[in-house]
Design a protein around this ligand. Sequence first.
Ligand SMILES: Nc1ncnc2c1ncn2[C@@H]1O[C@H](COP(=O)(O)OP(=O)(O)O)[C@@H](O)[C@H]1O
Ligand SMILES: [Mg+2]
Length: 283
Amino acid sequence: SGTVAAPPAAAGPAASPHASACQRLQLSSVPDRLPCREAERASVRAFLEGGVRAGTAKSSLYLSGMPGTGKTATVREVLAGLRASAAAGELAPFDEVWVNALALSHPHQLYSTVWRALTTRNAAPARAAQLLEARFSAPSAGRRAVVLVVDELDCLVTRKQTVLYNLLDWPSRRHARLVVVGIANTMDLPERMLPRVHSRLGLARVVFQPYTRDQIRDIVCDRLSGLSVFRSDAVEMAARKVAALSGDVRRALHICRRAAELAAERAQGSVAGAGADAAEGGR
Ligand SMILES: Nc1ncnc2c1ncn2[C@@H]1O[C@H](COP(=O)(O)OP(=O)(O)O)[C@@H](O)[C@H]1O
Ligand SMILES: [Mg+2]
C-alpha cells in the first residue's frame, strides 16, 4: 500500500514511530487503496469505464452517504485508475472536470465553471448554459469523452432545481460524450427533486453506508500497518465510539492522530527530562 513510509535517509535520524503514525493518520495522506470500499469502488469503476468506452452513459451516477464515508476518496481513486489505464493505452483518453459545488458562489455558476473547464473560455451563467446545451447536442467527431464530477452536489439545490436537473440530464443529449457523477451527502436528493424531474433521470446510484466499528478499526490499522504505537484495544475503543456517533472515519483518524501526538510529546518530554537529569548529574 502507498502508506508504507520511505526508509529513513542513512544520515538523518529515523522518524519516531509516533511521528510516522501522526503522518499516516493525516487526512491529506490518502492511501492508494481504500480498504472497506471495494464494492463501491467496483460499481463506480464499472460505470465510469463503461461510460468512457462508450463515450457516453445514458444516465448519471449519483453517489450518496454521510460525510466521511469515503465518497470523494473513492471517486478520486477510480479516476486515478482510469487515467492509468488510458496512459497504458487500454482505454481511450478522456478529459476530467472536477467541480466542488461548495466553491461556487451560486448554483448557476456551475454552467460558467463547466464551460470554462471544457473550452478555457469565459461566459456568464445564462450564456454558458446555452453554449453547453448546443455543444452536447451537436455532432462532435473525434471529441474526447469527458468525465464530469460534481462533488458536494447538495449545494446545487435551488427552488426549481434547474441546475441539478440540467446537469443530470446533459448525458442524455445525443452528442454529449459526457459522463456525470454527482456526489452528495444527502440520501434523498433525487426524491426531493420534482417528481417529473426525478422520474426522467433514471439515475444509477451507489449508497455509501456509514462505516461500521470493524471497518473503522481496519481502516485505522491499515494506515498504521508495520508501526506498533497503539494497543489494539485502544484503536478498537476509538472505532467503537466513532461508529456509535456517526461512522465518520475522519473522527477516528483525528482521535488516533491526537493520541499519537500526545504520546510523542510525552516521549519527547521524558527524553528532555532524561537529558536534564544527565546534565544535572554531570554538574
Ligand atoms: N476506506 C478508507 N480507507 C482509508 N481512508 C479513508 C477511507 N474512507 C475515507 N478515508 C479517509 O477519510 C477522509 C474522508 O473521506 P472522504 O472521501 O473525503 O469522505 P466523503 O467524501 O464521503 O465526505 C479522507 O481523508 C479519506 O482519505
Ligand atoms: Mg467528500
